[in-house]
Design a protein around this ligand. Sequence first.
Ligand code: SAM
Length: 231
Amino acid sequence: MSATVEQMFARIAKRYDRANTLITVGLHRRWRRRAVRLSGAECGMHVLDCATGTGDFAIEFLRVVGPSGRVVAADICQPMLDVFRCKVERGYPNLTIEAADMLALPYADATFDIVSCGYGVRNADDPFCALAEMARVAKPGGRVVILETGMPQHPLLGALHALYTRRIVPMIGELVTGDRSAYEYLPRTAAAFPSGEAFVAMMADTAAFTRIDAYPLLGGASYIYVGVKRS
Ligand SMILES: C[S@@+](CC[C@H](N)C(=O)[O-])C[C@H]1O[C@@H](n2cnc3c(N)ncnc32)[C@H](O)[C@@H]1O
């Protein structure tokens, strides 16, 4: 992530959760829970959440893997991690929150049962490299689970989505965080980023997966992608 984008997340960190909830009308929580279900996460599993930010995806995994499981939550933006630390305080002895770049993950090959990333791959300087790194640290047969923005294919939905993301989202973002540019960056990057079949093709190009499934949310406004790591 460029220094400019890192500074942007640092500026909005304290209000990021509130803006997320307002912009998605709370749906992001349901989407995270669905992604956790689709990942096949079970009690006792070892999960890495990359670009964890303020940790909402990691918290959903913690609920499912339970006290016998373990979640490592990593990001390179300290102010986002600070908000996450305040949220959980010492509530989860099996949670590690640490600084790590998803383009060069400091973990051995085949370490985790599940490697997840919520709305982070799009922000990486090299999304393909981020996917390859996530696959590298997943165990053979393990899952890489991505939650990412998308572009609805249906013309009417696409027009409504464009109106909402380009006009309403920057207004909400500015009201909640005082930073309009961060919420103009979001629709701009989402519009330019591969979604649906194009994102599946990028995952397939890593040659790391035996199977990749894509699940559209709200007509394709977001997607859950699940890749099964090659044995
Ligand atoms: C839109 S936020 C998503 C946060 C959280 N995963 C969620 O689902 O709400 C994007 C996050 O990606 C992080 N990020 C971007 N590039 C990164 C990289 N190369 N390594 C680690 N984190 C990165 C940012 O610091 C930011 O916290």
